[in-house]
Design a binder for this molecule. Structure first.
Ligand code: GLV
Length: 302
């Protein structure tokens, strides 16, 4: 979690840095009953009934991240615990990353750089790459980040379409009622929808096959939205052309099969990871806690 969280909270609250505890279990036994708030990172593991049982005074969970599939919302609601996230402040940053990953994947930029560094250029040019020209790009999810991606892609002259649970009246791009229908109409899919049980493996073997042999998948959402084994098969067999991934099924584990694939561009979940944006997220985490304890109203509850 960015240092701005602790910096903003320290003057107002008694702050325990749980991740620095040698024995978090013993710490929770000793201090759990007095803890009134949790600030959690999306990568810190599940926050749910087991933890809540040990924190009987808990009022609020402030999640460092827009995605909150790490928090069991039903369990929080059942105990009257407020949950907040960090929407908005990271939209532009994640959209930049999504477009960068799309271009890097299609123009094979990491592969080209490895080629140069390996000293292979003198023996001949880097092989010709596929292109973004003429692509039909489907956005799987059209929230704040999806719209920021769409605004950028307007400038690239590609055709856009989208799937979300509901058609948005103010959006002119064609809407498809299912992920499969979207994939059938597109050759490039950008996943930017929330994780959690409702979207688990929404991109399966059938959706990947529907993209076709020129298909490209970009995932900047959650690893859980893709059937990772089906994706590995599709990349291996050439069912699709390539994938650019920022997220994985069991982070920080990345399967060896994926690491071995030349047609996958792999990033370590850096969508929002600029100093500027992580600081903005940190301030929003802190401001949610301050607003809750000073005014009884969090800023961005989920
Ligand atoms: C990061 O993945 C986030 O949800 O903010």
């Amino acid at each position: 979690m960015h240092g701005s969280v602790a910096a903003a909270l320290e003057p107002r609250f008694t702050l325990h840095r749980l991740w620095q505890e040698d024995d978090p279990d013993a710490f929770l036994r000793a201090h759990g009953p007095s803890i009134r708030a949790l600030a959690v990172s999306t990568l810190a593991g599940p926050v749910g009934a087991d933890l809540f049982d040990r924190l009987p005074a808990l009022e609020i969970v402030a999640n460092f991240g827009v995605g909150y599939d790490n928090v069991d919302i039903a369990a929080a609601r059942a105990r009257g615990i407020v949950v907040t996230n960090t929407p908005g402040v990271l939209d532009e940053e994640v959209a930049d990353l999504a477009v960068a990953l799309l271009l890097a994947t299609i123009r094979q930029l990491p592969q080209a750089e490895r080629f140069l560094r390996a000293g292979l250029w003198r023996d001949g040019g880097f092989p010709l790459s596929p292109t973004l020209r003429g692509r039909r790009v489907g956005l799987l999810g059209l929230g704040g980040i999806g719209k920021a991606i769409a605004r950028r892609l307007e400038g690239f002259g590609v055709d856009l379409a989208y799937h979300g649970r509901t058609r948005q009246a103010a959006v002119a791009y064609p809407w498809y009622p299912t992920p499969l229908a979207l994939a059938e109409a597109c050759d490039t899919l950008i996943a930017i929808l929330p994780g959690g049980p409702a979207t688990r493996h929404i991109i399966d073997a059938a959706v990947l096959a529907a993209l076709g042999p020129q298909g490209v998948l970009i995932n900047v959402a959650r690893g859980s939205v893709v059937d990772q084994d089906a994706l590995i098969d599709a990349l291996r067999q050439g069912t699709i052309l390539a994938a650019g991934l920022d997220v994985y099924a069991a982070e920080p584990e990345v399967p060896a099969e994926l690491l071995a694939l030349p047609n996958a561009v792999l990033l370590p979940h850096v969508g929002s990871a600029s100093e500027h944006t992580r600081s903005a997220m940190g301030h929003l985490v802190a401001d949610n806690l301050i607003a809750w304890f000073e005014r009884g109203h969090p800023l961005t509850p989920v």
